[in-house]
Design a protein around this ligand. Structure first.
Ligand SMILES: [Zn+2]
Length: 352
């Protein structure tokens, strides 16, 4: 309904935002050429940033002051983030994998709100959502206690898993405030709930729930168009987390990767997990290795999802749990990445 208004206001709004961006941006990041704005099909505003960000990120305003930051194609190291602005407060939800991408995220937030982050939430510990934490300094960073422990334990070492990515000048910046089950924040006039709903993508997932607008930032509990990844998670408890998300009755969901969606995304993820569970049971009965089971599987519609080689890791997770492993108990990372490479027939792919 406000799409038409957006289209009419688009050029004027974009010009104003660009001017504000030029005024506020830190000098070292000042662009060397004009910020060029591509067509702005409502509700997404497509920006082209001067820092060689490709594919171009998108900013989507989901409700007044509530934004999703989408990095196509949503594959490896191309996470979503978000920002919520009210009054003089700006809550940033996740950072990005690289210095340039996180600077582009901050520039987008500043262009839309005129603000720099006053608080950052990490939805979980993975580097695509946290490596850029240091760029947000001095904003305090909040996460689940487990996520902080993992960030401190692994540091920036996982960068070596994607050697083609130019990470830039980053240093480790761990969260300094932690949550175990839930916390309520007030970003200006906007009430924000941080909720740990159980073990799904990791043991330290936090979702960001906005009860008034019914917008949910799900982190990597949900991928839209990408394959769920259980390397640090749990197949046995994932469904319960999805149920709890459904009980919140979200209007819009920002997944950790891919476009914002409705609750259909919960159904799709549920279907994948049900199919995965059947594969795991069959592999267990037949005594197959995760790689044997993954190679024999017919992924049907799931073959079109990005990074489908994660299947071998997800089967390994399920088999470990059938054999008594606790949710999120560490798997053999080196073996998991070797199996994904074997299943894919080449190294992990990323456009980052
Ligand atoms: Zn993740």
């Amino acid at each position: 309904m406000w799409a038409g208004a957006w289209e009419r206001a688009c050029t004027r709004r974009c010009r104003r935002a660009r001017d504000r961006w030029y005024r506020n941006i830190d000098k070292p990041d000042r662009p060397t050429r004009d910020v060029r704005l591509a067509a702005c099909p409502a509700p997404a505003v497509r920006w082209r940033y001067p820092m060689s960000i490709s594919p171009s990120p998108q900013v989507v305003e989901l409700a007044p002051g509530i934004f999703a930051y989408i990095q196509p194609d949503g594959g490896v190291m191309l996470n979503n983030a978000g920002f919520i602005a009210s009054g003089s407060d700006l809550l940033l939800i996740d950072t990005c994998a690289t210095e340039a991408r996180t600077k582009a995220l901050l520039a987008a937030a500043q262009a839309k709100t005129g603000l720099r982050p006053t608080l950052v939430v990490n939805t979980h510990h993975h580097g695509d959502h946290t490596f850029g934490n240091c760029v947000t300094n001095p904003a305090p960073i909040i996460s689940h206690e487990y996520a902080r422990r993992r960030i401190l334990a692994t540091g920036l070492a996982p960068m070596s898993l994607t050697p083609t990515v130019q990470f830039g000048d980053l240093v480790l910046a761990a969260p300094t405030i932690t949550v175990e089950s839930h916390a309520h924040l007030y970003v200006g006039a906007i009430e924000v709930h941080l909720l740990h709903l159980g073990v799904a993508h990791t043991a330290g997932d936090l979702v960001v729930w906005l009860p008034e607008s019914r917008v949910l930032y799900a982190g990597d509990i949900l991928f839209n168009g990408g394959t769920p990844f259980l390397i640090d998670g749990s197949l046995s408890t994932y469904d319960r987390v999805l149920d709890k998300i459904r009980d919140l009755d979200p209007r819009l969901i920002v997944p950790g990767h891919g476009d914002p969606a409705g609750t259909d995304l919960l159904d799709e993820t549920w279907d994948y997990l049900r199919w995965l569970r059947r594969l795991v049971e069959e592999a267990h009965e037949r005594g197959q290795s995760p790689l044997e089971a993954a190679r024999a599987a017919d992924p049907g519609p799931f073959s079109e999802w990005l990074d489908s080689e994660r299947l071998v890791v997800n089967i390994a997770r399920g088999l470990a749990e059938i054999n008594g492993a606790a949710p999120a108990e560490p798997l053999d990372y080196a073996r998991m990445f070797a199996d994904m490479t074997a299943l894919r027939g080449g190294p992990i792919h990323t456009l980052a």
